[in-house]
Each structure stands twice: as C-alpha cells, then as structure tokens.
Design a protein around this ligand. Structure first.
Ligand SMILES: Cc1ncc(C[n+]2csc(CCOP(=O)(O)OP(=O)(O)O)c2C)c(N)n1
Length: 271
C-alpha cells in the first residue's frame, strides 16, 4: 500500500465521491498484479477523475483535456516495456477524447483505460456528459438531456476491442478483480468502464441506485461470444451487468511494428 502520495497536495474530491474507492482499489490492484511502480505510468487528461495520478505513486503524465489516449500510446510506443494505464473521466475519454479512443481500440496498442464513469462533468460543476441519461437535468441542460447516451461497451465490442469490462466503485472487491484482469491482460487495448457515483452533481445515479441494479455476469458467459457480449452491453436500467464482458484475441500493435522488434525505442536511441 502507498504510504504517501506523489504530490504533496490536498485531495480535491468531495466527501463520498466514488473516486476514493477507485483510488484505494487501484493501489491494491497494482500490488496484487505485482507491478513495479517504477515501471508504471499513469496518464490522464483533465477532470476530477484525471487527478487520481496525483494521489498515488507512479510515473505520471497529466495532459490536455481529452488527450490522455494519444499521450498514453506515445509513451507505450517509446517504451513498450512500461505498464501504461489511463485513468480519467467519461467526459475526458468518451466526449473530448472520444475520437482518440475509437481509433486506438482499432490500433490495439497495449494500454489499459480505466474510465471513471460518473455520467456527469464533475470538475466543471455538473454539465451533462456523453453518458448522461435522457432527461437528466443540470444547470445547463435545464429541460433535461435530449441526446441518446454514448454506450462505451457496445462501441468497444463493435470495434473488437481486445478486453472490455465494467465494474462499480461501490463493489471494491469485484472492481479489484476487474482491474487486476485488465492489468494482466497482454492482448492489447483494455477498456474498463467503472460506474462511479458523484454525490455532488449526479443525484440520480447514486450508490444506492447502482446497488439496486448491478448484477455480476455469471461464469457461464463466454467473453469470446460477441453477440452475447453485445447483448450484455446494451442492458441498462433495471439490471446493469458488471464483469468481464468481451475478449478478442488479435496481435497487438507493438508486436507487429517492425522497429519495436529490436527492443524498446527508448533503448535503441539512448546512449
Ligand atoms: C479543450 C477543453 N475543453 C473543455 C475544458 C473544460 N473541462 C475540463 S474537465 C471537463 C469535463 C470533465 O468531465 P469528466 O471527464 O467526466 O471528469 P470528472 O470531473 O467528472 O471526473 C471539461 C469540460 C477543458 N479543460 N479543455
């Protein structure tokens, strides 16, 4: 466990925020997965979720809003021996950074994306995010959201992402299992969508709201079955499935990229 955070800064999250559980669980998952923190790089964009790297110990790149994925991919390609984990919010990853996400899932670079999905923009004080539900009222969307929510899991499955899972910040044991599975995944891009209550700006999708709905996916589910995975990805409402939803085996970008066969770029070009 981490004794002190890397930055000597106060935690900016509100009391009761789902990010606390995600942070604690992340530290446990890194230990359980046996990752050496000197080899770990945390990459984020802008947002409350994107502050997670400030509150633990790792190499950190905190970049522009929506640009966590290209920064993470650049780091991974410069030194593919590093464990590169993106930890950022739904606005950052599915909104501003959505296009980067789409095209790097296709590319299958071996970075892990942990998306703290609170279905709202927390840092900027409560506007709707791409995953906010129809009718969700905010100070900006005063009559309620009118756009259909973005479905990250269905999109990732449609693109044959190599690892797609969902967890809930209110079930840290299961969240840890999913984080460890993603960290140990060697097949390329991994997306872990984490349902994260925001007690300040999302008074609808609360801890209780999720507790009443989340259901662990049974062992009978075959994550290689794309149709069944899509069916799970589209379930939302009375029942929200959590667990490993989809896997697809194909070569990673790094394993096919000729120049990386001679070793990490950073080693080839450093003297
Ligand atoms: C280019 C740009 N556009 C907009 C913003 C303002 N902005 C900062 S964070 C953010 C949304 C953050 O939402 P999310 O990623 O869901 O994170 P949360 O704060 O909810 O954890 C926005 C719109 C910005 N910093 N830069």
């Amino acid at each position: 466990m981490i004794e002190k955070p890397f930055f000597d800064s106060d935690i900016a999250w509100c009391p009761g925020c789902g990010n606390f559980s995600i942070l604690r669980t992340f530290d446990k998952a890194v230990a359980e997965a046996g990752i050496d923190r000197r080899q770990l790089v945390l990459v984020s964009g802008i947002g409350q979720a994107a502050k997670l790297p400030h509150y633990t110990q790792a190499n950190v790149f905190n970049g522009l809003h929506g640009r966590a994925v290209p920064a993470a991919v650049g780091i991974k390609l410069a030194n593919h021996e590093l464990e590169v984990v993106i930890t950022s919010g739904d606005g950052d990853m599915y909104g501003e950074g959505g296009n980067h996400l789409l095209h790097n899932i296709r590319r299958n670079v071996g970075v892990k994306a942990f998306v703290h999905n609170n279905m709202v923009y927390g840092l900027t004080k409560g506007q709707a995010s791409p995953t906010s539900e129809i009718g969700f009222k905010t100070k900006l969307q005063v009559h309620g959201v009118m756009s259909l929510p973005f479905n990250p899991l269905a999109i990732a499955i449609a693109e044959q992402c190599s690892f797609v899972a969902r967890a809930f910040a209110g079930d840290p044991k299961h969240l840890q299992e999913m984080m460890v599975a993603a960290l140990q995944h060697e097949g390329g891009f991994a997306l872990l969508d984490i349902l994260q209550p925001c007690p300040t700006y999302n008074r609808v999708n609360t801890f209780k709201w999720y507790r009443d709905r989340v259901r662990k996916i049974g062992e009978e589910h075959d994550p290689y079955d794309r149709q069944k995975a899509l069916d799970l990805a589209f379930r939302w409402g009375e029942e929200i499935p959590i667990g490993l939803i989809y896997k697809h085996d194909r070569p990673t970008f790094e394993s096919q990229f000729e120049v990386l066969k001679k070793g990490a770029l950073v080693a080839q070009y450093s003297r």
